[in-house]
Design a protein. Structure first.
Length: 600
């Protein structure tokens, strides 16, 4: 559809990287349409690069490209389609192209999508064409940019440059399915497994570009010194196909790729390469690698990632071989057919479902990328003195502790007040500090300290707290406590926290919005924790003294759960505890003992 245009990078995948790059660069996102011919998108990229170069004519500052996956092929195709732009780009001192997991020799993702064996493709199919999987795959088979990603298009033994070969694979596969199962006879049952076979015109276009890219790979020359590559790692990566008595099967190479791109397909002659322990889709989302990416862009070198030295003869610069990727000849290939294994019947309901899950190529079952299930959240109506979990509280910039903070300070033996007096206390959004609680209960010395710890998060000046700042502040505080838990117990996989309705005692943020924003911050923290060895937040308890405010928070969380049921789970109704009050005496509740007046 000509009216459909790319609307920007996928936030859940690229936002953190863009934010980090913005510390040192002006970031110009370039979203491309992977349906269209890569040549068209490469010319659009050249236009964007030209504008960036013109804007820096006076300063002579370089323009650098960082490209993930297929984006690397768009950049290489720009070199073919717009050589003048490429030469102007590379002529600037400090110009570089950094590729993350780029399938320079192609990938088996297109065929796996068209045969129903790829998680990403199945998710797109389920989103776009309910009960017509086969029809959706046929539509995707006609997308030139998608088919240009296919590996082994030039292998005469496979004949993937001919539409008849694809159609024969599809027909034979369905015939064997019918032979081996008497159940899949209904039309709606068969469409789940129906292939999409590319038209000949689309294949011809893909073959033509593949030949040009392979020729280019062998003649990069001096440009290779300004091109850099980071490859990922996964347990199994499709590297070819085999057709035997059991029908079509994919040949997976163990430890020889990132889950979608084999190592041999990624490598280019003369292009320096580094390794990162992350699957293909996570390469632009692993925060610990961001400093290395920036260093590579700026200097062309880094010691923060492991350098990869290919074995002699392992880099061919063309499409990967049918039986396995170049350099992987000694690896034992594993046969798999994910679509014939156990599959979840639950349809995708969010971006995370499309871009997050990956499939175990040995069993065909889907596994979650990361450690956590849905975050459990509960609401507690009671006195926070009876809360045992580490308690997250907010702090507006001030010279003394009042309200909730003052109460918590008494529970941790006034360590918060001493820190404030010493000038070591968080007040800016995103800042935080953890106060361990070693105070003994004078009435029961055998009872454990409550709360276990106080986690103070800075909120800035009262009246200026934004929703974005609150989410960021909570996220950073949860990450900090996860690190503390990991230091104390390296084997821990989950932990619990409690939080007051941060920000709702001031102006501009209601108890309902505070609850949703705190939950969002916790979810974002868990998403980042997926790539670390730190434990994840498993249960979050929101604590509120007044029932009416606790009820508002609970109802807001219910709405959030309905919107993202796979990420957030509200546990039970509002729980009542000692000291609970029905409603505040003042209709305009404040969590501090002083008034707040704005003069405009």
């Amino acid at each position: 559809a000509a009216s459909v245009e790319p609307d920007g990078p996928i936030g859940s995948v690229y936002d953190d990287l863009i934010e980090r790059l913005a510390d040192t660069h002006e970031v110009i996102p370039f979203a491309f349409d992977w349906r269209r011919p890569l040549e068209d998108e490469a010319r659009r990229l050249a236009d964007a690069v030209d504008k960036a170069l013109i804007a820096r004519n006076a300063s002579r500052q370089p323009v650098r490209l960082i490209a993930h996956s297929l984006g690397g092929l768009v950049a290489r195709t720009m070199r073919l389609e717009k050589p003048d732009t490429w030469q102007r780009l590379m002529a600037r001192e400090g110009a570089r192209l950094l590729m993350l997991g780029t399938p320079n020799g192609g990938s088996w993702a297109p065929m796996q999508t068209l045969s129903g064996d790829d998680t990403f493709g199945n998710a797109l199919v389920a989103f776009g064409s309910l009960f017509d999987n086969g029809g959706a795959r046929k539509m995707m088979a006609g997308m030139p940019g998608f088919i240009q990603l296919q590996a082994n298009l030039l292998d005469p033994a496979l004949g993937l440059d001919k539409a008849s070969s694809w159609q024969k694979l599809a027909d034979d596969d369905m015939a064997r399915l019918r032979e081996n199962s008497i159940w899949h006879d209904d039309g709606q049952q068969r469409t789940i497994y129906e292939w999409g076979a590319p038209p000949q015109a689309v294949l011809d276009q893909a073959v033509a570009l593949r030949k040009r890219l392979d020729e280019q790979a062998a003649t990069l020359g001096p440009d290779a010194q300004k091109m850099l590559l980071v490859v990922g790692h996964a347990d199994f990566t499709p590297a070819g196909i085999s057709v035997g008595s059991d029908g079509l099967e994919y040949l997976d190479t163990p430890d020889g790729g990132d889950g979608r791109v084999t190592l041999g397909s990624a490598l280019l002659p003369g292009v320096r390469t580094w390794k990162l322990d992350a699957e293909h889709g996570k390469l632009p989302d692993v925060s610990r690698a961001f400093p290395a990416y920036i260093e590579l862009l700026a200097t062309g070198q880094t010691a923060q990632l492991e350098a990869f030295e290919p074995a002699p003869g392992s880099v061919r610069g063309g499409s990967s071989a049918a039986a396995g990727a170049p350099g992987m000849a000694g690896a034992a290939l594993v046969r798999s057919r994910p679509s014939r294994g156990l599959q979840s019947s639950r349809p995708p309901s969010s971006e995370i479902d499309v871009f997050g899950p990956s499939r175990d190529s040995r069993t065909g079952t889907q596994r979650a990328v990361g450690k956590g299930a849905a975050l459990r959240v509960s609401v507690y109506n009671g006195d926070l003195k009876f809360v045992r979990q580490p308690l997250l509280v907010g702090h507006y910039r001030s010279m003394k502790l009042t309200g909730t903070e003052a109460v918590v300070d008494m529970l941790v033996d006034k360590s918060m007040n001493r820190s404030l007096a010493a000038g070591l206390y968080p007040d800016a959004p995103g800042s935080h500090q953890i106060f361990g609680n070693l105070r003994e209960d004078p009435d029961n010395v055998f009872d454990m300290a409550r709360p276990l710890a106080a986690v103070v998060a800075g909120l800035g000046e009262e009246g200026k707290l934004s929703a974005k700042d609150l989410v960021y502040t909570v996220r950073q505080a949860v990450l900090a406590y996860a690190q503390r838990v990991a230091d104390l117990d390296p084997d821990a996989t989950q932990f619990e926290m409690a939080a007051t309705l941060i920000g709702s005692g001031g102006t501009g943020i209601t108890p309902a919005s505070a609850a949703q924003l705190i939950a969002q911050g916790a979810l974002e923290a868990n998403q980042k924790l997926q790539d670390s060895r730190w434990p994840q937040l498993g249960h979050l308890t929101l604590v509120e003294l007044y029932l009416e405010r606790a009820g508002d928070a609970w109802r807001a969380l219910q709405l959030r759960e309905q919107a993202t049921p796979n990420r957030l789970k509200v546990v039970g109704k509002v729980q009542f505890g000692p000291g609970a009050l029905r409603r505040s005496l003042d209709s305009s509740y404040r969590g501090a003992a002083y008034d707040f007046i704005s003069a405009l």
